[in-house]
Design a protein around this ligand. Structure first.
Ligand code: NAD
Length: 396
């Protein structure tokens, strides 16, 4: 048999219920009702609070007899202290049976809520750090977290469909995951109308994050059939929609396409893992405070080049989807994929050089050291530290 190798042994995990559609936030109360009568809210956007969108969501809950309680605002990508504070708040208020948590925000709010839900019911450790991959005390999420209903307001990280929460610390520096199959949100409500207010640059960065996730999960060392099918579908939707959404944030079809692509990117990454772009992006977040989506976008072209030889057929398929045409040979197609991704980045205003996003040469050794987490482990080709250093130096 020719073509892409078929990985015939896999697990597939995804949210129990996905509700997708323009304006469907009015169903929030009915969706929350089966879980209880009190909903702790974790919100992730001052713009949505200011526009009255969060108050509207609270109104939809009250209509169904659910009491909304503001539990946290995610003003930044979540840190260990933010999760510990949210968990303490939930425990102090006796959160348990009959309660749920609703995250309405970008990946930062959803991750904060996911980790808070898990830490509210898993009480062996003094801090979420004890449970974090690689840096913790090895504690596991053994008890079911509080039920979480995720309403993503960026498109995006796909965190609404994944089993991990990315948690940062600056002293000591790390950006790693709290991960458990139990942490997948129970219900996902995607209303792309909530994305209309996302500013232009954030639309570009979060959209490129979704595209990077779709591409990296498709070529990952752990790629599997269902996520690959989802990734290709998502990529086809995002290929032209991202530039439209950046140009005109009120373009309904572009917002719908990007919201769906982001959701699929989460389903794909949760089951296939990622790769080098995400590995380095986490390190850029910690050592140079680069926003997650921007960091992924800057790293995507070089990650594609690095993996081109070992994933030529898959990258050729990506080229067909991104360019909307077929190619006579895989090598030419793979080259076209890299070039198309570079064009896409330029179209939506992503800089090419690390120095343009605030990365200084002195930070490179620490960035390299911090790049080898769970994402890098799924990169289809091993990238030794010396090679990565050279690649990053060339991007300064
Ligand atoms: P974000 O949640 O930090 O939001 C970016 C900005 O957009 C914020 O200023 C926020 O206030 C604003 N915003 C959000 N929604 C808005 C709206 N509708 N209108 C106006 N402004 C709005 O950014 P993000 O990229 O969505 O999330 C990044 C975080 O997600 C990072 O910590 C990253 O590591 C993590 N992440 C998690 C996963 C996962 O599977 N758990 C996957 C990828 C990334």
């Amino acid at each position: 048999m020719s073509g892409t190798p078929f990985n015939a042994k896999y697990d597939y995990l995804s949210p129990q219920r996905v509700v997708f559609g323009w304006g469907r936030r009015c169903e929030l109360g009915a969706l929350a009702r089966p879980f209880g009568r009190r909903a702790f809210l974790v919100v992730g956007s001052r713009a949505l609070e200011g526009s009255g969108a969060i108050a509207e969501l609270e109104g939809h809950l009250r209509k169904e007899g659910i009491e909304p309680v503001r539990a946290a605002s995610a003003a930044r990508e979540p840190e260990v202290g933010d999760v510990d504070r949210l968990a303490a708040f939930l425990r102090e208020r006796g959160a348990g049976a009959g309660d749920l948590v609703i995250a309405a925000g970008g990946g930062s709010a959803i991750d904060l809520a996911k980790a808070g839900c898990a830490m509210a019911t898993n009480r062996k450790g003094a801090t979420v750090r004890d449970y974090l991959e690689g840096v913790g005390a090895g504690l596991k999420v053994e008890e079911d977290p509080l039920p979480l209903l995720a309403v993503p307001t960026t498109a995006g990280t796909g965190s609404e469909a994944t089993k991990n929460a990315v948690i940062s610390s600056y002293d000591p520096p790390f950006k790693v995951s709290l991960r458990s199959d139990r942490m997948v949100p129970r219900v996902v409500l995607v209303d792309p109308e909530l994305h209309v207010s996302v500013p232009r640059a954030t639309t570009a960065h979060t959209g490129m994050d979704a595209i990077t996730q779709l591409i990296e999960s498709y070529i990952s060392a752990r790629a599997a059939p269902i996520p690959q099918a989802l990734a290709i579908h998502g990529l086809a939707l995002a290929a032209t929609a991202i530039a439209r959404a950046v140009k005109d944030g009120a373009d309904r079809e572009a917002r719908e396409r990007m919201a769906h692509a982001a959701l699929l990117s989460g389903m794909a990454l949760a089951n296939s893992g990622l790769g080098m772009a995400h590995g380095v992006a986490a390190a850029l977040g910690i050592h140079a405070k680069v926003a997650h989506g921007l960091a992924c976008a800057v790293m995507l072209p070089v990650a594609l080049r690095v993996n081109r030889e070992v994933r030529e057929a898959e990258i050729a398929r990506i080229a067909e989807v991104l360019c909307g045409r077929s190619f006579p040979a895989a090598a030419a197609a793979a080259q076209a994929a890299v070039e198309r991704v570079e064009e896409l980045c330029a179209e939506v205003g992503i800089p090419r050089r690390l120095s343009e996003i605030g990365v200084r040469r002195e930070a490179l050794p620490a960035i390299v050291k911090s790049s080898y987490g769970n994402s890098m482990a799924a990169n289809p080709r091993k990238v030794p530290e010396g090679e990565l250093t050279g690649l990053l130096e060339a991007m300064l």
